[in-house]
Design a protein around this ligand. Structure first.
Ligand code: CMC
Length: 430
């Protein structure tokens, strides 16, 4: 394969270097394009723009492949735990026994949050969305833990502190929003057990930890661990490129994840299925509205920027969903609606021709409902899962010798130079 691409403009030819990744994907290096030719590239939504080189996650959207550090998502979901996958994403290799023990000890040691932070919660209005609260609280961590690391060991501590505390903050915000007693983390419980216990234990009704529920939660979090340069990860990298502290960069990622086209889709799916369940619209009406170009309605949980076939995570979460509902003896009408909706959509010409398949969010909300997580907390669950990925991407960008302040260009389409008009001479254009 040639190692340059030729760009011909008027009578000049420019040679642009080709970059090839370890899985054969190709890029044209345009980093000198503007200096050499005066051109910038235009790619709204960045669908064809590579923003970095990364060794963390590989996705093939045409074949439906997802791998973390080379390991297929199917194998990690079957054999690993969320704690181990978090270690893998951040450190690049699966941990030895000694390494995972140290990681677990650090997770336990840093699971409590500064008691003063609790006062913050009380001051958010009751109807505040937990994603707004989480984003603010993570940003506030810098004020409570101002010292940021220099050595590798200190970075380890800051990273584990964040993973551990986000889980405590999430559970605490839920308890406080309901006016319930806050439950503290317990050192004898695993990462997922601890989260469930902090969410659902109460002084009057002790929470019984069910290994199948723990397993479902662990797989849910593993599946959300990383997804290369998606909207929130790009936000973490972009904000981080200004050399802001880790907490601020992650807080930006949480804010980006909140949107219904990204992490907020899991909540939006349940709301859509709920509307069908309450007979506010039929399944066929939902499908027809999604196809209507004059209607902004979209089938939530369908479609993906990268996957043009079945999202590999959907198959796994659907299996987890079926197993969990059977085990807990839950008959969720939303699951029946989702299955019928999927059957109709995947056989519909519009969805086939647009390569629209169910994504992970289509079934993940039903799993979370079965676990007992309230709908408003769904995107927070996504954030807990995505946190190791954000941290890994932030760390990689900080260590990248080629890394620069992220600063895209634009094509200006506004007015050309004109003189200032005093207020008494201004008129409104009709
Ligand atoms: N329902 C109906 N039509 C759709 C949908 C949908 N869910 N998604 C895309 N389309 C159509 C869209 O109208 C457009 O049609 P046309 O070319 O005829 O104008 C075409 O497909 C391409 O859409 P696009 O918005 O340009 O494609 P995109 O790559 O920007 O969209 C997406 C990706 C995820 C934003 C979009 O599929 C969507 O809005 N899905 C619903 C929200 C959702 O489930 N989001 C979760 C994504 S997975 C979790 C995550 O990683 O964040």
């Amino acid at each position: 394969m040639a190692d340059t691409v030729k760009l011909v403009w008027d009578d000049k030819t420019y040679e642009l270097p080709v970059i090839v990744g370890s899985e054969g994907e190709k890029a044209i290096d345009i980093s000198r394009l503007r200096q050499d030719t005066g051109f910038i590239t235009m790619d709204p939504g960045f669908a064809n723009t590579g923003s970095c080189k990364s060794a963390i996650t590989f996705m093939d959207g045409e074949k439906g492949i997802l791998r973390y550090r080379g390991y297929p998502i199917e194998q990690l979901a079957e054999h690993s735990s969320f704690r181990e996958v978090a270690y893998l994403l951040i450190n690049g290799e699966l941990p030895t026994r000694k390494q995972i023990t140290r990681f677990s000890v650090l997770l336990n040691d840093h699971s409590l949050i500064h008691e003063d932070m609790r006062h913050f919660f009380g001051n958010f209005p009751r109807q505040s969305h937990p994603m707004g609260i989480l984003s603010s609280m993570v940003n506030a961590l810098k004020s409570f833990y101002p010292y940021l690391a220099d050595t590798e060991e200190e970075i380890d501590i800051i990273v584990t502190r964040l993973i551990s505390k986000v889980r405590t903050l999430a559970a605490m915000s839920y308890k406080i929003s309901r006016g319930h007693t806050v439950i503290y983390p317990r050192p004898d419980l695993s990462y997922c057990e601890n989260f469930l216990n902090m969410m659902f234990d109460s002084p009057v009704r002790p929470y019984e930890i069910d290994p199948d529920v723990v397993h479902a939660l662990s797989v849910f979090l593993i599946l959300h661990g990383d997804h290369e340069q998606n909207c929130s990860t790009s936000a973490v990298r972009l904000v981080g490129s200004g050399r802001v502290n880790l907490y601020a960069a992650i807080s930006a990622g949480i804010a980006a994840l909140w949107g219904p086209l990204h992490g907020g889709a899991n909540q939006a799916v349940i709301e859509m299925l709920g509307r069908i369940d309450r007979k506010e619209m039929t399944i066929n009406e939902a499908v027809e509205r999604a196809k209507d170009k004059n209607d902004p309605f979209r089938l939530m949980g369908f479609g993906h920027r990268v996957y043009k076939t079945y999202d590999p995570r959907t198959k796994i979460i659907k299996q987890v969903c079926d197993r969990l509902l059977t085990k807990l003896n839950i008959n969720d009408s939303l699951l029946d609606i989702a299955q019928t909706l999927e059957d109709i959509a995947v056989n519909d010409e519009y969805f086939i021709s647009h390569n629209l398949y169910p994504n992970i969010d289509f079934y993940s909300g039903i799993v979370l409902r079965a676990i007992g997580i309230p709908t408003s907390m769904f995107t927070v669950m996504f954030a807990i899962g995505r946190l190791p990925g954000w941290i890994a991407q932030w760390k990689e960008s900080m260590e990248d010798p080629e890394w620069k302040l992220n600063r895209p260009r634009q094509i200006f389409t506004g007015p050309q130079i004109r003189d200032y008009v005093p207020i008494e001479k201004r008129t409104v254009k009709v």
